[in-house]
Design a protein around this ligand. Structure first.
Ligand SMILES: [Zn+2]
Ligand SMILES: [Zn+2]
Length: 211
């Protein structure tokens, strides 16, 4: 995600929508590739911003890096996968965004979005379950690759056992649509794909290095 939210604007345009119609910004976790444009959209729209308190120091920059790490982070351009590297090095989103409300497990936002705490990838990672369509917005709590539900890569997972438990938790929701933070959403055969991954985890299945 770009700090100026250019990609969000492009996405909204493709839906025939305008950023000024945005009422709420639901953030899964602080990583740059998911949150860098939040400040820009919030400033434009005055939309409410939701995230978990445990990620707050990174969203606001208060827990961010200083000195050499910050200097290197500031030098990295916002381009492709470098966007994530930039955030990880700086340990914060480049433009701070404050929460209107910290979310907790079981909160229901905007009548239809259930907050599901899914720590592991980051300490404050949450997923959002959109009840009307049984659609899971999983952020980086899981990956979808080639129509299959997979683990995220191990090197970008802060706490592996916790992340594994979080995956079990969201797969148990039996979503009909899975929207991961990366790659394409899973809209056909999602229930079966989630079932396969649940079985894998329940059997103590291996977590490959790259997910
Ligand atoms: Zn992430
Ligand atoms: Zn990500």
């Amino acid at each position: 995600m770009d700090s100026d939210a250019a990609d969000v604007h492009a996405g909204l345009r493709s839906l025939g929508a305008d950023a000024r119609e945005v009422r709420a910004i639901l953030l899964t976790h602080w990583h740059n590739d998911h949150a860098a444009g939040a400040h820009s959209i919030q400033a434009l729209t005055n939309a409410s911003v939701y995230y978990h308190r445990a990620d707050e120091p990174y969203f606001t920059g208060r827990g961010g890096a200083t000195g050499a790490r910050r200097w290197v982070s500031d030098l990295i351009p916002e381009w492709g996968v470098l966007v994530l590297a930039k955030g990880l090095l700086g340990e914060s989103t480049p433009r701070a965004v404050s929460a209107t409300q910290f979310v907790r497990d079981g909160d229901v936002l905007l009548d239809d979005f259930v907050v599901v705490e899914t720590p592991g990838h980051t300490a404050g990672h949450v997923s959002y379950f959109y009840k009307p369509d049984q659609a899971l917005f999983a952020g980086d709590a899981l990956a979808v690759i080639g129509g299959r539900v997979r683990f995220m890569a191990r090197p970008v997972t802060l706490d592996l056992p916790t992340a594994r438990a979080s995956m079990e938790k969201i797969l148990a929701l039996q979503p009909q649509i899975v929207c991961p933070g990366h790659r394409e959403p899973l809209v056909i055969g999602a229930a079966a794909a989630c079932g396969l991954m649940r079985d894998h985890i329940a059997a103590g299945g291996h977590w490959p290095l790259l997910g």
